[in-house]
Ligand binder design. Sequence first.
Ligand code: NAD
Length: 295
Amino acid sequence: MAKIIDGKAIAAEVISELKAETAKLASHGIVPGLAVVLVGEDPASQVYVASKEKTARELGFRSDKIVLPKDATQADLLRVVEDLNNDPGIHGILVQSPPPPQINEEAVILAIDPAKDVDCFHPFNVGKMLTGAHDGFHPCTPAGVMVLLERSGIDTAGKHAVVIGRSNIVGKPMAALLMQKGKNADATVTIVHSRTKNLAEHVARADIVVAAIGKPEFVRGDMVKEGAVVIDVGINRIADASTKSGTRLVGDCHYAECSAKASAITPVPGGVGPMTIAMLMRNTLAACRRAHGLA
Ligand code: NAD
């Protein structure tokens, strides 16, 4: 039976380390500031934003939430971003995705000062990540996976990692971080996606499987090599008449089947999810330190 990689506990550990660092900065009068911008009142986005705000406050950060009406224009949003770029008390800016259709998301990402781009969506930071520079940011979800692997004592060097999914937010940067030269990386990486032929054959050769597809329980036990490490990034809500709400959350991997084969596995919920927010806070703190010449 697989060891459960407890993302909730590891995220709590990271948060408590960040809290101590924040307290040290506060003794020098420095307070990290995170601004989250929302366009419209998408209920799922509201939930994510609320937990980001809660964690930021818990850490002692300044936490600003700016909500624009759902019919706000591109120019309205760009003005808000510009103000935040110019606000010395704000070190991290994120615009909650997905924005309504009148907004050109790419143009908004390009407008964010790369020094405040704590989501690591700006091409400047994506490029830095790819070249292995240490003065940019790493995108929160893949960075969270790397910390989970490291703190669970899972050696990635020379291991064959198969990343399922090639999104800009998860799959591509996940592969980039795993293949990076250096400690807690150095993996041999294969990316598979919706157009891959014989996907199951690739997955079967993986020492480490990272699933980021958005398809409930897509990875079945018979696809996974005995003893592989299974990292499930997926968050999918499915119908379940046995629960009070009538739904439950599942990952992109079939947990019962995969945990019977794997040596270690992340649960959903309580695996990768909590790490994403912890990494957002880590990036904001790093941005604040850099802004004060402390990096
Ligand atoms: P996405 O829809 O942008 O990308 C999905 C990727 O999966 C695509 O690259 C596509 O090629 C691939 N794919 C789709 N169907 C496939 C198939 N049948 N076979 C092989 N590949 C297939 O999704 P995303 O933003 O990368 O998110 C993936 C999942 O991770 C979602 O469930 C999402 O909710 C979850 N997620 C979780 C966190 C977290 O904090 N835990 C963060 C981001 C995303």
